[in-house]
Design a protein around this ligand. Structure first.
Ligand code: DX5
Ligand code: ZN
Length: 214
């Protein structure tokens, strides 16, 4: 079964708690919290305070995606706020292994993300340290974009290279393209627009849960 992680970037920013509760009640597995620093990506989103408040109202794991040049500066704040999974980008200048170790030391799961144009080989050195690889299926920074299907090959390649942890995709995922991602070895799907615009989120999540590797 593919885990479904609604991205609150697509939620109503004035009713974030209500939308997060709605997603949890609809049966999602994680809540994806995008964090943007207006430098690594040309947008700004969410803070450790958002995570702290969400942690109080939903019981599903919070999957925090740090689209930041220097995630190490706010890492403790996100971890203390209750982030369950923290993902940093492979393209940053920090010591990736050291940041992944700090995430593990705080008891959270550690993820490493690749922009669509970053090759799978980039994360080979971290296969044993990362609980999850996030293969971005859009250029990070905004929701509502079209999935870049070049990334399907990257997901297949990560499996062929022997990665056995979670592989998450994020950006432009909808009911009509998730099966192809699942067939490549995906285990977690981040969905923002497709879920928060759905007429019946619970029914959508049920259909999505039925997809798996064929
Ligand atoms: C984009 C974010 C994604 C985005 C997904 O940088 O990382 O999580 O919110 O949204 P949709 O599913 O609308 O493309
Ligand atoms: Zn994201």
């Amino acid at each position: 079964m593919i885990k479904i992680a609604p991205s609150i970037l697509a939620a109503d920013p004035l009713c974030l708690g209500r939308d997060a509760e709605r997603a949890a009640e609809a049966g999602c597995d994680w809540i994806h919290v995008d964090v943007m620093d207006a430098h690594f990506v040309p947008n700004l989103a969410y803070t450790p305070e958002t995570v702290r408040h969400l942690k109080k109202i939903v019981s599903v794991p919070l999957d925090v995606h740090l689209m930041m040049d220097h995630p190490e500066t706010l890492l403790d704040a996100f971890l203390q706020a209750g982030a369950d999974i923290v993902t940093i980008h492979a393209e940053i200048s920090a010591d990736i292994s050291a940041v992944l170790e700090r995430i593990h030391a705080a008891g959270a799961a550690a993820g490493i993300a690749l922009k669509p144009g970053t090759p799978a080989e980039t994360v080979l050195p971290y296969f044993k340290k990362a609980d999850m690889i996030l293969a971005m299926t859009v250029e990070p920074g905004f929701g509502g974009q079209k999935l870049d299907d070049r990334v399907l090959d990257k997901i297949r390649k990560l499996r062929k290279m022997g990665y056995t942890g979670e592989i998450e995709a994020d950006g432009g995922i909808r009911e009509d393209n998730l099966q192809a991602l699942a067939d490549c070895g995906l285990t977690v799907a981040v969905m923002g627009t497709a879920l928060f615009r759905s007429e019946d989120m619970a029914a959508s999540i049920m259909r999505l849960h039925a997809m798996g590797r064929k």
